[in-house]
Write a protein that binds this ligand. Structure first.
Ligand code: ADP
Length: 634
């Protein structure tokens, strides 16, 4: 059904129909006028052939005028000689039939005519003709001509000639010609139709192919080419379609590769990008954007940007379109970590200035904000840390200045405290400098392969020596300081011991010995500092598959759980007052952490409040087979 309708609507069908109709209309018009003309001429010729010539009229008039005994005979001869198939009657002006051609009607001669029309013609003197029809004769023609006196007054009617002839032959001829014409029209119509189908097919085939190619192109398949049948308009159209197909394919490829490039740019961007339509609903979002918002693309598409950014209470879409105000938004709630985003808006505009949407770029500034915050805290910490010793130094100097310098008991004591505070400040500044070098990456690492067992042992030997000396020469010798410059303990009488639990295997690792020693010193100093009197400090050294682990455990007061994560932060101290009293700067563990991380290692602490703490250092380690066993195995 559908196909049928399509056929009826097709150009192919329409051209064929128009062609055939044109042919038929032309043929019919020509045929109708031809047949009409033929009929007219044939009827005219027929009538002319039946007309009584003036000569015969005269002869008949004379016979009627003379009216001698032979008149009727002569009349019969004259009308018999007229030689046509018509039935002729001659009537005189009294209405008497004087001669007939029809042999069967010879008996009517001498009788009065009963034809009123004949009488009428005799009376009026005008010729009368008629084409009529009856069952017996079919179509027939009658003509009644008056006969006038040839020598006298022409108005004197002497009689009339009645002629009647069948027209069937004339009409038969015309209708047979009409039949021939109709038949040939039909044949011409059929031939025309066949021809028009062939012609219209020739026209529509290229059109059909172009249509198919256009449908293929619409589906995105540009592989086909339309066949070119000639150089006419359709051929040129086919060439144009082929060119168009190539151009569209090129344009499509260009825009596709552009889209892919944009896609890959968007998906590899570390910034989140969101595009909206002019109503502010999201149309595009890249992966980073989804990660930032912690929502899938499907959930975001079509959503209002204002709602997604949770700024619909403060801003309207108009605000964003008009001012494109930058903002910093906190998305930490949506994530399980801190996330602060800098949000930047720009308009998508057509050349006419018509705004079609917004582009919003989300830039992760968490680290930056954190750094800025840390920096602010650091500056405030440094200022605070330096102000305390400086204030105390100033007050001692003021006291000395006010006269205490003369007091032999107070003066040396005041000067000692001043010196201690100044030393602490210098230590702090040195610590800060080494931290700053680490931060900037300018701290040079003098790496060398060291047998860690020997090295750790050597560092601990120094602490053992200190213990020994302290015990042997109590108060006689000046206190030994370690590489950190800190005094190991505030209580010179405090007793403690160091035990070692080292692996037997030599552990060769690459370290900067000075810096590493500083780390161990720092942790050991802390361990001693926070150990109770008589406490044992256990130092262990062991290796795992890929690491060496060095640990220092004390039996001290431990570190509260809440502080465990913070003690490696700069200036962080569990008990600030106590640390300061012991000359601590709060930077020791921070430096240790930086140093160990510069060795690609890790430092952490495990502690139980009241029971003690254990500090761990792990360093990457690759076992070296000292016997060259690997070579033997080959
Ligand atoms: P400080 O100069 O104060 O010792 P550190 O960075 O070396 O600074 O240590 C930071 C803080 O960690 C100390 O103030 C102290 O509160 C805590 N701490 C360090 N080591 C120990 C330990 N072995 N036992 C208990 N607390 C410790």
């Amino acid at each position: 059904m559908n196909k049928k309708i399509r056929l009826l609507q097709s150009i192919h069908f329409k051209i064929a129909i128009v062609f055939v109709l044109l042919l038929l209309v032309t043929l019919e018009v020509i045929g109708a006028s031809f047949v009409k003309q033929l009929e007219y001429q044939n009827v005219r010729d027929f009538k002319q052939s039946l007309q009584v010539t003036p000569y015969i009229q005269n002869q008949l008039s004379n016979e009627l005028l003379n009216n001698n005994g032979n008149a009727n005979k002569n009349i019969k001869e004259i009308i018999g000689d007229m030689g046509n198939s018509a039935e002729i009657q001659v009537v005189d002006n009294k209405g008497t039939i004087r001669g007939v051609t029809n042999l069967n009607n010879q008996s009517t001669v001498g009788q009065k005519t009963r034809n009123p029309r004949v009488k009428q013609v005799i009376y009026s003197g005008h010729t009368e003709q008629e084409v009529a029809y009856n069952e017996r004769l079919g179509s027939y023609y009658t003509a009644i001509q008056p006969l006038t006196n040839p020598s006298g007054d022409s108005n004197t009617v002497v009689g009339a000639v009645y002629i009647r002839a069948s027209m069937e032959d004339v009409y038969k001829g015309i209708s047979s010609i009409t039949v021939i014409f109709l038949t040939s029209s039909l044949v011409a119509g059929l031939l025309g139709m066949a021809l028009s189908i062939v012609i219209s097919r020739a026209i529509t085939r290229p059109i059909d192919e172009m249509k198919k190619q256009a449908i293929q192109m619409a589906r995105g398949d540009y592989s086909g080419q339309v066949k070119i049948y000639g150089q006419d308009e359709l051929g040129q159209l086919a060439i144009a379609v082929n060119n168009l197909s190539v151009r569209v394919e090129e344009a499509q490829e260009a825009s596709e590769s552009e889209r892919r490039r944009l896609d890959s740019v968007l998906s590899h961007m570390t910034d989140g990008v969101i595009a909206t339509d002019r109503r502010g609903n999201i149309t595009i979002i890249n992966e980073t954007g989804q990660d930032f918002l912690n929502v899938t693309r499907d959930e975001l598409l079509g959503q209002s940007l204002l709602k997604v950014l949770r700024i619909s209470d403060e801003y309207s879409l108009r605000d964003l379109l008009e001012t494109q105000q930058e903002m910093v938004l906190d998305f930490s709630e949506q994530q399980d970590h801190d996330l602060i985003l800098h949000v930047d808006f720009s308009l998508i505009q057509k050349e006419t200035g018509y705004i079609t949407g917004l582009v919003c770029v989300l830039h992760d500034v968490t680290e930056q904000q954190k750094n800025e915050q840390e920096q602010r805290e650091f500056v405030s910490n440094v200022s605070h840390e330096l102000r305390t010793p400086l204030t105390s130094v100033r007050s001692y100097i003021e006291a000395l200045n006010d006269g205490a310098w003369q007091d032999p008991e107070l003066a040396p004591n005041f000067l000692k405290v001043t010196q201690e505070e100044t030393d602490r400040m210098i230590r702090m500044i040195n610590d800060l400098l080494s931290l700053s070098r680490m931060d900037q990456g300018t701290a040079k690492m003098n790496l060398e392969y060291v047998n860690l067992n020997e090295f750790f042992g050597y560092v601990l030997d120094r602490f053992d020596m200190m213990i020994k000396r302290d015990q042997e020469h109590e108060d006689e010798l000046p206190k030994l300081t370690t590489s950190t410059g800190k005094l190991p303990t505030d209580d010179p009488n405090k007793k403690y011991s160091i035990t070692r639990d080292f692996t037997k295997r030599d552990l060769w690792v690459e370290i900067d010995t000075d810096k590493f020693m500083q780390v161990i010193d720092n942790i050991m100093n802390n361990a001693i500092k926070y150990s109770p009197d008589g406490g044992v400090i256990t130092c262990r050294l062991l290796e795992t598959h890929r690491h060496v682990i060095l640990s220092i455990s004390d039996q001290g007061l431990g570190i509260p759980r809440k502080d465990l994560g913070k003690i490696f932060d700069r200036f962080y101290r569990v008990d600030k007052a106590r640390s300061r009293k012991q000359g601590g700067t709060g930077l020791g563990l921070a430096i240790s952490k930086e140093v160990i991380e510069a060795h690609r290692g890790r430092v952490w602490v495990d502690s139980q409040e009241g029971k003690g703490s254990t500090f761990y250092i792990s360093l990457p380690y690759e076992p070296i087979d000292a016997d060259g066993g690997d070579w033997d195995a080959i």
